[in-house]
Design a protein around this ligand. Structure first.
Ligand code: KG4
Ligand code: ZN
Length: 341
């Protein structure tokens, strides 16, 4: 079965072709980072218009690269939600128009299910069941995953997501949007032990997390250093490194606790912050020390992409609707509302 995947929920236009026998055949991504950078965040109307410009050429490129004539597609998958309504509508209308024209089924994919299942694109592929750490700009959650659509939320942040904390802290340090990768880069020149930040809720004894206080602690530290006339480039790098250590310490401790409390053997990590090198290295070391396994998608597939939507669509082909041209999008959509596959 060959599935075209389309992701347009936010500020990346992602398209891919996934084959259930041969794996990922082609994928392309256009990121709108430059478009939104001067506004300091995503401007929904600009995002939608850019998806309109980019999507069809990207589809043509992946179909050509994977030697897939349109008529040989078995299904088309698009992100149905959650996300920006206008942006979702672009991907959904193209997917459903294509489905209608070709007489092929269309699968509406839940964006977070796409992230959650994205480690299945890696080799080796993790077997079910596993604990998933979903750590993105909007979510920091643990799910006990028994199969497709069988997700039990077992841990969550009480306030900001880890990625959001990275982005806000980056802004405090004067880094451009989106802050996570820029902050991680700055941290590379930081020195250990030159700044001190809390590890929120690390000893709470459960899988709850909180990252907004950490961001406030950075704000206080930045103000203090500035007042002392000591907020130079090195000081900012030191703070960036300590911030990254703090987030990673919490995520590693909670991941180990999640494995312990669920009794699962495998941890999979998904979502944009999963691209963070320190997080990956620490999880590999700490999980292995306890005789368990950890799986990550390729760093390029941690952030939004079409490949995870094509994969999730392929795993949910049974839910596909005939391409009759009618469709809906769901800007708000709870993961728990999904049926079992
Ligand atoms: O999954 P994603 O692309 O979008 C959603 O939120 O759905 O995640 C984006 C988040 C942003 O907050 C971004 O700053 C963060 O992931 N991020 C990183 C890194 N790369 C992306 N955070 C830390 N280190 C990174 N290398
Ligand atoms: Zn995402």
């Amino acid at each position: 079965m060959r599935v075209l995947g389309i992701e347009t929920s936010c500020d990346e236009t992602g398209v891919a072709v996934y084959d259930t026998a041969a794996g990922l055949l082609a994928q392309r991504l256009h990121t709108q980072v430059d478009l939104h950078a001067r506004y300091g965040g995503v401007v929904p109307e600009l995002a939608s218009r850019d998806h309109v410009r980019r999507l069809v050429p990207l589809i043509e490129a992946v179909l050509a690269e994977s030697n897939t004539p349109k008529a040989s597609l078995d299904a088309i998958a698009c992100t149905e939600g959650p996300g920006l309504a206008g942006a979702l509508l672009v991907g959904a209308s193209v997917a459903h128009a294509l489905g209608y024209a070709l007489g092929k089924p269309v699968v509406g994919v839940h964006h977070l299910e796409g992230h959650l299942l994205s480690p299945l694109l890696a080799q080796p592929r993790p077997a079910f069941p596993f604990v998933a750490l979903l750590v993105s700009g909007g979510h920091t959650q643990f799910h006990d995953v028994e199969g497709v659509g069988r997700y039990r939320l077992c841990g969550d942040t009480l306030d900001d997501a880890a990625g959001e904390a990275f982005d806000k802290t980056a802004t405090l340090l004067g880094l451009p949007y989106p802050g996570g990768p820029a902050l991680a880069k700055l941290a590379e020149s930081g020195r250990d032990g030159k700044a001190s930040l809390p590890r929120p809720m690390i000893d709470s004894g459960d899988l709850r997390m909180s990252f907004s206080g950490l961001k406030t602690a950075v704000a206080t530290l930045v103000r203090k250093r500035a007042a002392d006339g000591a907020l130079d480039a090195q000081a900012k790098a030191d703070i960036a490194l300590e911030f990254q250590h703090a987030v990673v310490d919490v995520l590693v401790a909670k991941s180990l606790a999640a494995l312990r409390t669920t009794g699962r053997e495998r941890l999979v990590v998904a979502g944009g912050v999963g691209a963070n090198r320190e997080l990956r290295a620490r999880l590999v070391a700490e999980v292995a020390r306890r005789g368990r396994e950890v799986y990550f998608p390729d760093p390029a597939l941690c952030t939004d992409n079409g490949a995870m939507i094509a994969l999730a669509g392929a795993l949910r082909l049974a839910d596909a609707k005939p391409g009759d041209g009618s469709f809906t999008v769901r800007p708000r959509w709870e993961l728990a509302a999904l049926p079992r596959a």
